[in-house]
Design a protein around this ligand. Sequence first.
Ligand SMILES: Nc1ncnc2c1ncn2[C@@H]1O[C@H](COP(=O)(O)OP(=O)(O)OP(=O)(O)O)[C@@H](O)[C@H]1O
Ligand code: NI
Length: 365
Amino acid sequence: MATIDVAAERDDGGDPVLEVENLHTQFPTDRGVVRAVDGVDLTIESGEIVGLVGESGSGKSVLAESVVGIVEEPGEIVEGDVRFDGESLLAMSDARRQAVRGGRISMVFQDPMNSLNPTLTVGEQIAETVRLHQDVGESVSLPAELKRKIVGAAKNGDAWRRAIEMLEAVEIPEPEARAADFPHQFSGGMRQRAMIAMALSCEPDLLVADEPTTALDVTIQAQILEELEGLKDEFDTSILLITHDLAVVAETCDRVNVMYAGEIVERAETEALFADPQHPYTQGLIASTPQLDEPDRDLQPIQGNVPDLIDIPYACHFAPRCPEAERECFEIEPEFRPVGDSDAPGDGGTHEAACLRRGPDGERL
Ligand SMILES: Nc1ncnc2c1ncn2[C@@H]1O[C@H](COP(=O)(O)OP(=O)(O)OP(=O)(O)O)[C@@H](O)[C@H]1O
Ligand code: NI
């Protein structure tokens, strides 16, 4: 029996790190219940970068906050599950949940100034995270591999040295000198790198990055995304990358989930999504976004706005803005089904959309 357990523990390549199942997260307000996440399924396999895209107000950040456990009160998860490494985060004890979320899941936000402490040097903050993580490693039963890593880090020297290594890993020049700087002495791009260093310093299995480069100029953004990809390999971290920027997704992600008004409407390998977008919302998003390879193409904005998530009276949330909507779209809840050309590169039958008017093999219904 013991050998089976060990083998099962070691052989975890390709298993989902994160499984979000039928998740509903809501905020009660004076005006009614905001259904910010309204029945979302989403999976991240080990070693993947998975994108989550959609217009402002579609519920991306609330989904991320639900995964990381920082939904703002009185908001709460009212239905569904979030499983990490096969184990329900919602069902586990508070202590264990805190240990898992503190040690194995990290989050990076758009504005690092809100997450970095202005009164501590950057090095001190990263070192503190390293120390905290070492404590977690002692007090909780973690997989053997992770424990080895933690013990390794401790042996490597103190937390300060580890902090400098992390700053070096995210390519902060002169990391030893810069570790003694305060956050305001860093440029925007460097602060974002420092945030990523801090998030990765506990060697998480999952990094949730919510618009990590949106505030930065395009060149720095590209550099940081490239680094994120490198760090993913170096630290063996899976990444959920949230953005409203399709170009970022195209550059960085293995798979993409498109979110609209609290729901996922399409998911596919990145290549298949861009080569053959299926859901009218995804098609609208792509048509309204400048593409690197066709910078001169006319942009077609999607008509209308993301609806108020308080009371959506129609079955397909996109129906009122959809050029192809018919009466049934307002009445019948669309289920996910395979769409597009399953023989196309990168498809492999994993391209799915929730639209009554789409079927397999590029069928228009
Ligand atoms: N604390 C809160 N109280 C009430 N409603 C909230 C709260 N936080 C988020 N919402 C609502 O949930 C919905 C989804 O918001 P969310 O921030 O997740 O969107 P988003 O897709 O991340 O948008 P953006 O691209 O602008 O970041 C919005 O209607 C928002 O007003
Ligand atoms: Ni957001």
